[in-house]
Ligand binder design. Structure first.
Ligand SMILES: Cc1cc2nc3c(=O)[nH]c(=O)nc-3n(C[C@H](O)[C@H](O)[C@H](O)COP(=O)(O)O)c2cc1C
Length: 213
């Protein structure tokens, strides 16, 4: 079937203001649990967009590793393209697409690096081969071939042969502190439901508004 003829009717119950928790993080967690229970693949995957030095957007998928009142945290290489962009322009957006449930959540906000302690704690929880991979990969850099990275992995295995793998200084977490969070529920005939949470003027409470689809 051609792309232009492909259409899915979203026969979902819809979303009303009354359904929404006052706290968007609680609401995100409710939808995340529903996505996980429905068997969505990698329900913590989010597409994070950053801005490069020419003000052009750049996007890639990462995995959210914690979502709470602090914000949306993911881990990466601090020398990667995305990290250099975040240092220069500390803002980001993130999108969760839970398509099996006809749902999308969009997050926009400011970013900061998480504490070294928080990165250490998360790094320690990773499988050993992933820890070694963090040492082996100069993420986002051009490399000559696959052997280059495999040789570096062997070097890392030798370096940490008889001991725990420590976190490289060039690896850690970023936290997206939300300014707005939008929940989108697909409905029939493309008249979808959209609600956006924004901080009020005092930055204390969230206000919730319905948006046209
Ligand atoms: C499902 C999925 C999960 C990913 N999770 C991460 C992640 O948590 N951290 C990360 O640095 N890259 C992750 N990646 C790889 C990124 O999409 C990207 O290729 C990499 O971070 C380099 O991006 P950059 O060059 O823009 O910095 C993931 C990719 C996919 C498809």
């Amino acid at each position: 079937m051609s792309l232009r003829d492909r259409r899915v009717q979203y026969e979902t119950a819809g979303l009303d203001r009354i359904d929404l928790n006052l706290d968007p993080i609680v609401q995100w967690n409710i939808w995340y649990e529903e996505a996980a229970s429905a068997g969505v693949v990698e329900p913590n995957a989010m597409t994070v967009s950053t801005i490069d030095k020419n003000s052009a957007p750049d996007s890639r998928v990462v995995l959210a590793r914690s979502v709470d009142t602090d914000g949306f945290v993911f881990y990466t290489n601090y020398d990667s393209a995305k990290s250099l962009q975040l240092v220069a322009s500390p803002v980001a957006s993130a999108v969760f697409a839970w398509l099996d449930l006809h749902r999308q959540v969009r997050v926009r906000g400011t970013v900061h690096q998480v504490s070294a302690q928080q990165s250490d704690d998360y790094f320690a929880s990773r499988p050993r081969e992933s820890q070694l991979g963090a040492w082996a990969s100069p993420q986002s850099q051009v490399i000559p071939d696959r052997n280059f990275i495999e040789a570096r992995l062997i070097e890392a295995r030798e370096k940490f042969a008889d001991r725990a793998v420590t976190r490289p200084d060039t690896w850690g977490g970023w936290c997206i502190v939300p300014v707005t969070i939008e929940f989108w529920q697909g409905r029939p005939s493309r008249l979808h439901d959209r609600f956006i949470y924004s901080r009020d003027k005092n930055n204390s409470q969230w206000q919730i508004e319905r948006l046209a689809p």
